[in-house]
Ligand binder design. Structure first.
Ligand code: EPU
Length: 302
């Protein structure tokens, strides 16, 4: 979608918004899949309510994009513009055991920065791609930990109330790959309380997690991490593997040979290829195990 309304275009600079016309979402998602639309980059949080009022009152549909690492976006010209936070400098400020982090900060860099300052707890998240905001929204976790455990405060734009609000950690529920945030809430910043640990000790934990991940996940390939959530007490990857589906494909969309719950873009896969493959695998798992797999990856279909 292209913004061609001069009233909207002329109001953007004052709100601290940069317009990047005709952006390819395939370049902004870890799957390397996605069509084209206008991208609005937010440089100051305070401009967000006015920006969204401006878009709504001029009939411009929009979606919020984080780091694009857990997302499957439709092909072609997209029917909405995309709004994304620009990363401020610095994006992490430490104060004792508290880390104040901008939602646009890179998750891995934030974990490393805190580690270098003797703040641990998040070793498992090393190697998880995406932004801190994305990790927060879905309560990202790995190797027995989840980010929600450390959240003390969240600054967010609440679309329903049309304003920026601050929530305490205990006002938010964090479950397995799920939180109580509304789908159209936009994460802006978070305060984490992290346990003190010597850097050397944290580094050891990071190395172990890195090694486990390298040996079991297709890290160098374009993917969105695990496609399906694990059903209670079971592993989606193991079920798909047991059905002999590793390596099966629709065009360049392929079930990873390394981890069967990772679907990779092995070349120029389209969203249609990927959705077809996901549907086929889900049906086969249902037919054999009687389990309806739930998506972990978010779909932006049209
Ligand atoms: N397994 C297979 N074949 C496979 C994949 C896995 O037999 O192709 C078996 C493994 O051998 C193991 C079991 O299934 O016995 C579980 O596998 P793994 O340890 O890789 O964990 P997972 O349940 O598949 C979860 C998370 C990952 C996270 C890892 C490590 C989900 C859906 N997946 O994977 O998170 O990195 O544990 O903590 O919760 C993600 O969220 O995108 C993600 C990748």
């Amino acid at each position: 979608m292209r913004i061609d309304n001069p009233n909207v275009i002329s109001a953007l600079p004052e709100l601290g918004i940069e317009l990047r016309g005709g952006s390819a979402l395939s370049e902004l998602t870890s799957l390397g899949i996605g069509g084209t639309t206008d991208l609005l980059r937010i440089k100051k949080h305070e401009g967000i309510p006015d920006l969204l009022n401006l878009l709504d009152s001029n009939g411009v549909p929009h979606r919020f994009l984080g780091g694009g690492s857990n997302l499957l976006v439709a092909d072609g010209e997209l029917p909405w513009v995309v709004v994304q936070l620009a990363r401020p400098e610095p994006d992490v400020v430490l104060e004792g055991n508290f880390a104040h982090v901008d939602a646009a900060a890179d998750l891995g860099r934030m974990v490393t920065y805190c580690a270098k300052n003797d703040l641990g707890g998040m070793e498992g998240l090393i190697g998880v791609p995406g932004t801190v905001g994305g990790a927060l929204r879905m309560n990202a976790g790995a190797y027995g930990m989840q980010i929600g455990t450390y959240v003390r405060e969240v600054k967010l734009y609440r679309a329903a109330a049309r304003k920026i609000e601050i929530l305490r950690g205990d006002q938010i529920s964090f479950e397995y790959r799920h939180t109580s945030f509304a789908p159209d809430d936009m994460m802006l910043a978070v305060t984490l309380e992290l346990p003190s640990k010597p850097f050397k000790e944290i580094l050891q934990g990071i190395r172990i997690c890195n090694e486990k991940r390298r040996s079991s996940q297709p890290l160098g390939q374009k993917s969105a991490g695990c496609i399906f959530k694990n059903p209670p007490g079971a592993s989606a990857g193991r079920m798909i593997d047991e059905l002999g589906l590793k390596g099966s494909n629709v065009g360049d969309a392929r079930v990873s040979d390394r981890h069967a719950n990772f679907f990779v873009n092995a070349g120029t896969a389209s969203a249609k290829d990927m959705l077809t493959l996901i549907g086929q695998v889900r049906e086969k798992v249902h037919a054999s195990f009687g389990v309806e797999l739930e998506n972990e990856v978010v779909f932006w279909t049209v």
